[in-house]
Design a protein around this ligand. Structure first.
Ligand code: ADP
Ligand code: 5GP
Length: 185
């Protein structure tokens, strides 16, 4: 019987480059399956329903929670985000490597629900570089950036709770390291 691959969780402060690393990784290794979360935040330009996220309203999110359809969910900087449970379990059962890109609170909940999960922390080369990336992305207002930087301070302090830290200096290097941790290469 095929070994059930471990679930891998990638977390790290907003703006550190999680989406960029994951997008690169999937371009090189499309067989890695990335969970698509539900969120109550609005799409950024270019984001599509069902691709980056399932964009839902508060009522729909309430229903997902009430029906137990989420493996974990959390409030992040004023919006709710959650991982649909069933697709994750189906992929793991089918032997497909699964990656979740979620926040610190979500990572803690996954660790509780699935202790065999591997928790990976993506760290910025420096605080100044994190601020530069988050600001440079240009997708958030100054007020939202402030809220995300406040959350980032909390997330950076929790690095030691993770199994592994990867520093995002080079997207290609980090993507390769992450694939190795997932047993894909
Ligand atoms: P996150 O998903 O963690 O919030 P993003 O992937 O949106 O972060 O990246 C935030 C910004 O930082 C983007 O403008 C992205 O192009 C840039 N970025 C990501 N990784 C790097 C890197 N290794 N070096 C320089 N800039 C990067
Ligand atoms: P963003 O709004 O920048 O796409 O995401 C904000 C934060 O929410 C990021 O730290 C991202 O990893 C996290 N996030 C995305 N999806 C989920 C999810 O399903 N659950 C949890 N707990 N966090 C998520």
């Amino acid at each position: 019987m095929m070994d059930r691959p471990r679930l891998t969780v990638l977390s790290g402060p907003s703006g550190v480059g999680k989406s960029t690393v994951v997008a690169h990784m999937r371009k090189v290794h499309p067989e890695v399956w990335l969970s698509v979360s539900a969120t109550t935040r609005k799409p950024r330009p270019g984001e599509k329903h069902g691709v980056q996220y399932y964009f839902v309203d508060d009522d729909e999110f309430d229903k997902l929670v009430a029906n137990g359809e989420l493996l974990e969910w959390a409030d992040f900087a004023g919006h709710r985000y959650g991982t649909p449970r069933q697709p994750v379990l189906e992929k793991l059962d089918a032997g497909v490597p699964v990656l979740l890109e979620i926040d610190l609170q979500g990572a803690r909940l996954v660790r509780k629900a699935m202790p065999e999960a591997q928790l990976v922390f993506l760290a910025p080369p420096s605080w100044e570089e994190l601020v530069r990336r988050l600001t440079g992305r240009g997708t958030e207002s100054p007020e939202v950036i402030e809220r995300r930087l406040a959350a980032a301070r909390v997330e950076l302090a929790a690095e030691s709770e993770f199994d592994v830290t990867l520093v995002n200096t080079s997207v290609e290097d980090v993507a390769r390291e992450l694939l190795a941790l997932m047993g894909v290469v």
